[in-house]
Design a protein. Structure first.
Length: 131
């Protein structure tokens, strides 16, 4: 999900099929690709110092797709936050942004909300539009 070199920073489009990206970027690419392929309507990440749980909302039910160690989960949350423009600014516990992805030649805009609960615990909600 590396930014397109010709896109301005505020409207970066991330190519889900990009090769040669860093492992955490590749993990995010796979996670978003899987959610789109499975027609999930939402991706939920709950990150704490101990672990990060990732769930997809599909057909009205939550499906846990992955649990990873806390440090890796925090890297994933940081990547989503940065790419969506939902960085920690001004001490706001809830931040909103957009993540634009290129999936199978089609640009899709995902709405991102990051909620900081303190003590290293964050929740990320990524809404996937109906296609």
């Amino acid at each position: 999900m590396e930014p397109s070199p010709s896109s301005p920073p505020s409207r970066r489009v991330l190519d889900l099929a990009a090769e040669g990206v860093r492992p955490i970027a590749r993990l995010l690419n796979l996670m978003v690709s899987e959610a789109l392929l499975n027609r999930s309507s939402q991706i939920h990440m709950q990150s704490s110092p101990d672990q990060c749980v990732i769930r997809f909302l599909r057909d009205g039910a939550w499906h846990e797709v992955m649990t990873m160690p806390g440090p890796g989960g925090q890297l994933l949350v940081n990547r989503v936050r940065a790419l969506a423009g939902a960085d920690r600014v001004g001490g706001q516990p809830t931040r909103h942004g957009e993540l634009r992805v290129l999936a199978q030649g089609t640009e899709v805009t995902l709405s991102v909300t990051v909620q900081d609960h303190g003590s290293g615990t964050e929740e990320v909600e990524i809404l996937v539009p109906e296609r």
